[in-house]
Design a binder for this molecule. Structure first.
Ligand code: 4AD
Ligand code: MG
Length: 481
């Protein structure tokens, strides 16, 4: 028994041997050639049907998407593009696929719109594009674990259900076990009485594991989390999901510069890891990307091919630029002066929109950019205040075609300054007692960041929509299965 990948890797070594392979039919041509794929690789193995040895009744049942078990002999292939093929001796149909029903779905090559595919739950995993993306995604995740483990980090799990709003942005999905068929218990003021809920207080799905990650780093030194996070922001963009996977390292004794060095090194490592381990899938995705560019209007095309873009990121040091310098560049830009930005830059203090981030990365520097020292008002409460009293030690990493891929900061380790911020942001101090405790008992300078896995997969695969790089996207429109 071999997977298609194993068969193709061994190739001629298996010549004249009898093998068994199982998979799904990708195509069946001339009543003689069956292309089979089992998800182990983007490539198919060709099965050649031996008429004399096979029952004609079985042949009738072989159609695209059906699943087969094939026993046969490996021979050198006569056709171009493949080293070996299998002369079938026995074919067992594991599951038929009704061709008429299939017609109306996705496997007909011409109607493969990615949007349509999203409605086809399981058939989506059978397509070349999506299965290649899933293998690259897997490789990136594995590379991330490898990187952190080889660098002395402890992987910890932070809770999914939590009472805290780490980002203070109020974009949470609440969690409750109240019986919604019944009237909700109310307090005297008429508010929902969460003391009667399972958790005895209002809880929500986590927006970030950072605060818990900080607590762990204050004992374990270097930790990382890697789990699902949830944002109830109703933004229907190609870069936002309601449920996405985030990697959040947190390091004791790290300042912002060390944080930037780590983020840059990690990104380069994992991208290289995926390129090395998914060469066939990446070649397929690169061809797909480059073909797609030729179909776009000239001004929207990527100047670089996918592989050039990845090489560029791997081989160049990311530009490091303060928020203040970025605002100066943006204000002076022709784009701003000709009022071509949808949100013109008003001056220091305005939050950057993705159009500004992309201008800096794609037009001005043409390389990834790390922006740091943002105005305190537009960033979260936990970031360390600078000496100027106006900016915080924040960093965002911006990537071509993506915008923000990482957000992080050096954390405010001084309890008095932190408390001032908590008050200013209108956060209940008592709620954060467990977080504030880390600043009371041996506080240390520390830093961390969050990498959005799907944004990284988007970048590496060259895909345009974040819904196409996660197995089951959760967005305001996709939550059926
Ligand atoms: O910038 P964010 O909101 O930062 C945090 O959550 C911090 N607690 C991270 C930390 O310092 N430990 O999110 C971090 C990253 C973003 O840069 C982006 O890549 C991704 O998470 N992200 C999203 N990805 C998909 N859909 C969304 N709605 C996302 N929101 C953030
Ligand atoms: Mg951010």
């Amino acid at each position: 028994n071999f997977t298609v990948k194993e068969l193709l890797e061994k190739g001629k070594e298996l010549n004249l041997q009898e093998v068994t392979v199982q998979g799904w039919v990708r195509s069946f041509r001339s009543n003689r050639f069956i292309a089979i794929n089992d998800g182990s690789t983007i490539k198919n193995i060709q099965i050649v049907v031996d008429f004399e040895k096979l029952d004609a009744k079985i042949l009738k049942k072989i159609s695209t998407a059906a699943s087969l078990k094939v026993k046969g002999e490996v021979v050198e292939s006569q056709g171009a593009g493949q080293e070996i093929e299998i002369i079938a001796k026995e074919i067992e149909i594991l599951g038929e696929a009704n061709p008429d029903e299939l017609q109306s779905t996705i496997l007909q090559p011409k109607q493969h719109s990615l949007e349509k595919l999203r409605e086809q739950a399981h058939l989506r995993f059978r397509t070349n594009t999506f299965s290649a993306i899933m293998r690259v995604r897997n490789s990136l995740m594995f590379g991330i674990h490898k990187y952190f483990n080889e660098n002395g980090f402890v992987y910890i799990n932070t809770p999914i259900i939590t009472g805290s709003d780490a980002e203070g942005a109020g974009e949470m999905f609440s969690v409750t076990n109240f019986d919604l068929e019944k009237e909700l218990p109310r307090t005297e003021e008429g508010k929902v009485d969460f003391s009667q809920d399972f958790f005895g207080k209002q809880t929500n799905l986590t927006v970030s594991g950072q605060l818990e990650g900080e607590v762990a780093a204050m004992g374990l030194g270097k930790i990382y989390t890697f789990g699902p996070t949830f944002r109830a922001e109703n933004s229907n963009t190609a870069r936002h999901l309601a449920e996405f996977w985030m990697i959040e390292p947190e390091m004791a004794f790290y300042n912002l510069d060390m944080n930037m060095d780590l983020a840059e090194d990690m990104l380069k490592y994992v991208i290289r890891y995926a390129l090395d381990n998914c060469a066939d899938d990446m070649q397929f995705l690169a061809e797909r990307f480059d073909k797609e560019q030729t179909q776009k209007p000239q001004n929207e095309r990527s100047e670089l091919s996918l592989m050039e873009r990845l090489d560029y990121v791997l081989n160049n040091k990311f530009v490091r630029l303060s928020y203040t310098e970025a605002i100066e560049i943006l204000q002076k830009s022709k784009q701003n002066q000709k009022k071509k930005f949808q949100y013109p830059i008003e001056g220091w203090g305005t939050d950057l929109q993705s159009e500004h981030e992309r201008y800096l990365v794609e037009k001005h520097f043409k390389t990834p950019v790390i922006l740091f020292d943002y105005p305190a008002e537009i960033k979260a409460f936990y970031m360390r205040m600078n000496e100027d009293g106006k900016t915080v030690r924040a960093m965002d990493i911006l990537f071509p075609g993506i915008g923000e891929i990482i957000g992080g900061s050096q954390r405010e380790e001084r309890l008095d300054v932190l408390d001032e911020k908590i008050e200013k942001f209108g956060i209940e101090k008592e709620e954060l007692w467990w977080y504030r405790d880390t600043r009371k008992f041996g506080t240390v300078p520390h830093s961390g960041f969050g990498l959005g896995l799907e944004r990284l997969v988007l970048f590496v695969t060259g895909m345009g929509n974040i819904r196409d790089v996660i197995p089951f996207p959760r967005t305001p429109k996709n939550a059926e299965f």
